[in-house]
Design a protein around this ligand. Structure first.
Ligand SMILES: C[S@@+](CC[C@H](N)C(=O)[O-])C[C@H]1O[C@@H](n2cnc3c(N)ncnc32)[C@H](O)[C@@H]1O
Length: 227
C-alpha cells in the first residue's frame, strides 16, 4: 500500500506550494472546456458564472469573455493572488473557501465550472461537495465538470489505494504524492449527480507531456429556470 495519506490538506498543500512557486501546469483556458462552453453555455445578459477551483485563473480569462458577471473560489491563497492580478475583476468576485462550503447564497449561478478539481476531493466528502454545488446553481442552471479517468497518468502511473482511489507518483510538478479519485466508467460517479439532468457526457483528453484524461459532464440542475 502506498505511503500516502488520504486527507484533503495534502492536496490543498500541494496546490498552494505549486502556486506559491509560480508553477502553472495548466497554462490555458482548457480547450475542451472552451469547446464545451461554446456549445452548451447559453450566456445571456445578466447571467452569472462561477468557477470552483480556478487555480491560476486560465479558465476564468475565457469565462469573462462569455459572462458579464464571473465569480471564482479557491483553496489556495497564492492562486487567489495570482488570478486577482491577472484578471482585474471587481473586489469580492474571487474568494477563498475551505474546499467544500461554497460561500454563496442558494441559487446564485446560471453556470458553474468545476474543471480538474473533483479528483482532489476527499472521497467521503464528495456528496457534500456536490450538494453544495447543486444548492448554489439556479434551477435549470448548468454545470460543467470533469472526473479523472483511471487512464489519466496521475492514476495510471500511480498506485491503487482502493476503489476509485490512487496515490499519484511524485512528478517534477507536484513534488509530492497525493491521493486522487479516478474512475473507469461514469456509472461510478453518477450518484453524485442526483438532482441533475444530463446534457452531455464526453471525454477530455489533453497531452501536457503526460495525459490528463477526464470524463466530461455537462448537466442541468432539475427545474425550470426562474422567469
Ligand atoms: C488541477 S487544478 C485546476 C485549476 C483550474 N480549474 C484549471 O482547470 O486550470 C485543481 C484546483 O482545485 C483547487 N481546489 C478547489 N477545491 C479543492 C479541494 N477541495 N481540494 C483540493 N483542491 C481544491 C486547487 O487549489 C487547484 O487550484
Amino acid at each position: 500500500m502506498a505511503n500516502v495519506g488520504t486527507s484533503l490538506p495534502e492536496a490543498r498543500a500541494m496546490w498552494e506550494r505549486n502556486y506559491a512557486r509560480g508553477d502553472n501546469v495548466l497554462a490555458w483556458p482548457c480547450e475542451d472546456l472552451v469547446m464545451a462552453l461554446g456549445r452548451y453555455a447559453r450566456p445571456s445578459p445578466g447571467s452569472r458564472a462561477l468557477e470552483i477551483g480556478f487555480g491560476a485563473g486560465n479558465n476564468l480569462r475565457h469565462l469573462v469573455r462569455l459572462f458579464r458577471e464571473v465569480h471564482g473560489c479557491e483553496v489556495s491563497p497564492s492562486a487567489l493572488s495570482r488570478a486577482q492580478s491577472a484578471l482585474d475583476l471587481p473586489a469580492g468576485r474571487l474568494q477563498l473557501f475551505d474546499g467544500y462550503a461554497l460561500p454563496y447564497p442558494d441559487e446564485s449561478f446560471d453556470c458553474i465550472v468545476c474543471w480538474h478539481v473533483t479528483e482532489y476531493l476527499e472521497p467521503d466528502r464528495m456528496e457534500e461537495f456536490f450538494t453544495g454545488v447543486l444548492r448554489v446553481l439556479k434551477p435549470g442552471g448548468r454545470l460543467f465538470c470533469t472526473f479523472v479517468t483511471s487512464l489519466d497518468n496521475r492514476a495510471a502511473d500511480g498506485e491503487p489505494l482502493g476503489p476509485n482511489r490512487y496515490a499519484t507518483a511524485a512528478t517534477n510538478t507536484t513534488q509530492a504524492r497525493v491521493p486522487i479519485n479516478a474512475y473507469d466508467h461514469p456509472d461510478q460517479f453518477r450518484h453524485l449527480l442526483k438532482g441533475y439532468q444530463m446534457v452531455c457526457e464526453g471525454r477530455s483528453y489533453i497531452d501536457v507531456g503526460r495525459a490528463l484524461d477526464c470524463f466530461l459532464v455537462v448537466a442541468d440542475r432539475e427545474g425550470a429556470p426562474p422567469v
